[in-house]
Design a protein around this ligand. Structure first.
Ligand code: FES
Length: 106
């Protein structure tokens, strides 16, 4: 299982992902920079934002209204934005590529 996280400057980080962990946990536990996750995954900080292309979004569970509200609060309303702590790694996400913002607002 692989996930590739791409920094805003284009630097990629590919990790061996663990199914059942969130996209955030797979980043933090593998030392990927750019995912702060200040709230530890409770969807209250907004510092784990990622951008996900539509094809991959279709393989993810849709955002809970609380996630959408927080994304609107912390950032512009980009349709490709997700909180990486709210998306669990599954087999269908093998090879996932996500992009990270220039900075995480907290
Ligand atoms: S880790 Fe805080 S919102 Fe995702």
């Amino acid at each position: 299982m692989k996930i590739t996280y791409i920094e805003s400057d284009g630097t990629p980080h590919t990790v061996d992902a663990t199914i059942g962990w969130s996209i955030m946990e797979n980043a933090v536990k593998n030392g990927v920079p750019g995912i702060l996750a200040e709230c530890g995954g409770s969807a209250t900080c907004g510092t784990c934002r990622i951008y996900v292309e539509a094809d991959w979004q279709g393989k993810m569970s849709p955002p809970h209204p609380d996630e959408t509200t927080l994304l609107e609060y912390v950032e512009e309303e980009r349709p490709d934005a997700r909180l990486s702590c709210q998306v669990s790694m599954t087999e269908s996400l093998n090879g996932l590529v996500v992009r990270m913002p220039e900075r995480q607002y907290s």
